[in-house]
Design a protein around this ligand. Structure first.
Ligand code: ATP
Length: 469
């Protein structure tokens, strides 16, 4: 690779500036490994060792890099990245710096980003920033048994928005790929139907925009803006719990879009039946289309995700290390990614190869904080039965006695709330019932919790005992 002399000189100046503005460890870890590649047409290209390195720089140091470039080279200088795996080999994935932060929805509120709520007309398609994260796409979403169904319905919706499942409601615990999948749907729709107005927004940001619109007397603009979206994607809808006015506004937007054949895509950390503090009329609507669950990744998926991430980061990690991580880190994909990133940082900082020792050290540190044993459905059955002084075996019989039915329903409700076991599996483990019986039980208990104070306190007592040995 021929380095361009001008790039070396310019980058050296930037480095001097950066060195004055970060601590020594950060400088050694994140800036020393960078190699200047070329300077052409007001763009400086730098080589970084992996895509992760690029993402990290863009996330943590984007402002510092921009300031250094503008100050040392000139206002408006662009930064380009190239992934360099070693001195002789460089994968030419050129990535434009500073775009990533713009692509991330939370980094820039949609309200300002689209300037749309001040317009009474529909935003022109090309003016509407969909706020999709292009790094979350179908191509890099790895399929496994825990996400296969959700992936299939997501692809179906992307192929034919508003024609099949509307709304599409995806739910599952944190870090299992919900945000990734809904961004992938949005991106695919934009590819297939560029004329469609697609918008991704977190429920939190939607609420902030709504409150802002009231404060600044722009409520009508706010409503008009949302009613003109073709594909509305709202992440983490559980955040609407308890905020009645936002829910009310969303209810009207939902109705308008649905009636006009527009697609709605929603995610939540739990099934609609478990969403407390959300009005029934909204919950009913969430069930109009299709509800799909994303479960925690099983071991095969964990291994495949690790392999894919490692390949993408240009790392060389032995199989024994991959197996060790996959066996010991099982909470979420986010957690897996965190471990690989830590491995990378440690190996750069300590200049050590990635081996089993290093992996064990990192995994133990990460897992130690969450050493509380996760609850199982059996733990819950035992606690509930002991609270009601009922023999555990009775819960598994076919009896329809009122008190047994109620204990069974409470156990199902608590299992759904406190574990990530799927409804079907909970049914199997509690009296060999089906998935629909579990959801019905959850609804019955939830309704009673909302109106019956004594019952609510009783459940709180059982819940408090769940983590006691
Ligand atoms: N099947 C998968 N293939 C590849 N990457 C995945 C997969 N599932 C999750 N990920 C990655 O794991 C990380 C966490 O996923 P994501 O943010 O989509 O989770 P989430 O379910 O939306 O979590 P939360 O509810 O906390 O927002 C992301 O970097 C995502 O790309």
């Amino acid at each position: 690779m021929i380095e361009n002399n001008q790039a070396i000189v310019l980058w050296k100046r930037c480095l001097a500036f950066i060195k004055d503005n970060v601590n020594t460890t950060a400088f050694t870890t994140w800036f020393e490994p960078i190699v200047p590649i070329k300077y052409e047409g007001k763009a400086l290209t730098i080589g970084v060792p992996s895509p992760f390195f690029y993402e990290y720089l863009e996330e943590k140091y984007v402002d510092l890099l921009r300031t250094a470039l503008y100050k040392e080279i000139g206002e408006g200088t662009e930064l380009m990245y190239s992934i360099v795996t070693d001195n002789t080999n460089h994968i030419d994935i050129e990535m434009k710096g500073t775009e990533r932060s713009v692509a991330l929805p939370e980094a820039k509120p949609v309200y300002n980003g689209n300037k749309a709520p001040t317009l009474l007309q529909a935003p022109v398609v090309q003016d509407l920033d969909p706020h999709l994260n292009p790094n979350y796409n179908f191509e890099n979403f790895i399929k496994g048994t825990s996400n296969e169904f959700s992936l299939t319905v997501a692809e179906t919706v992307a192929q034919n928005p508003a024609r099949t499942f509307n709304p599409l409601f995806l739910y599952g615990p944190s870090g299992v790929g919900k945000t990734h999948l809904i961004n992938a749907i949005g991106t695919r729709i934009k590819e297939l139907y560029p004329e469609k107005r697609v918008l991704y927004i977190s429920a939190h940001l939607f609420q902030v925009q709504y409150t802002d619109s009231i404060r600044t007397n722009h409520f009508n603009d706010f409503i008009t803006f949302y009613q003109q979206i073709d594909v509305l994607i709202i992440d983490d809808i559980q955040e609407f719990a308890g905020v009645t006015k936002t829910q009310n506004t969303f209810f009207h937007i939902f109705n308008h879009l649905h009636q006009n054949g527009k697609q709605l895509i929603l995610t939540s950390d739990r099934a609609p039946v478990m969403l407390q503090g959300i009005e029934d009329r909204l919950l009913t609507r969430f069930k109009w289309g299709l509800i799909a669950e994303l479960e925690r990744p099983d071991i095969d998926l964990r291994k495949n995700i690790l392999r894919s991430k490692i390949r993408r980061d240009g790392l060389n990690i032995p199989d024994a290390v991959i197996n060790y991580i996959a066996e010991n880190v099982n909470e979420s994909v986010r957690e897996l990614e965190g471990i690989v990133n830590s491995l990378l940082v440690y190996s750069i900082q300590l200049k050590r190869e990635i081996n089993l020792d290093l992996a064990q050290h990192i995994v133990q540190k990460a897992v130690r904080c969450s050493e509380i044993k996760p609850l199982t459905v059996n733990d819950i059955i035992e606690k509930v039965c002991s609270h009601y002084q009922l023999d555990v075996s009775v819960i598994h019989t076919k009896t329809r006695k009122r008190e047994v039915v109620q204990v069974r329903q409470i156990a199902m409700y608590l299992a759904k709330k406190h574990t990530d076991v799927s409804s079907g599996k909970i049914g199997q483990l509690i009296g060999n019932k089906d998935h629909a019986t579990v959801l019905h039980a959850c609804k019955i208990v939830k309704d009673q919790v909302e109106v019956d104070k004594a019952f609510r306190q009783e459940l709180e007592k059982i819940e408090a005992s769940l983590h006691q040995g």
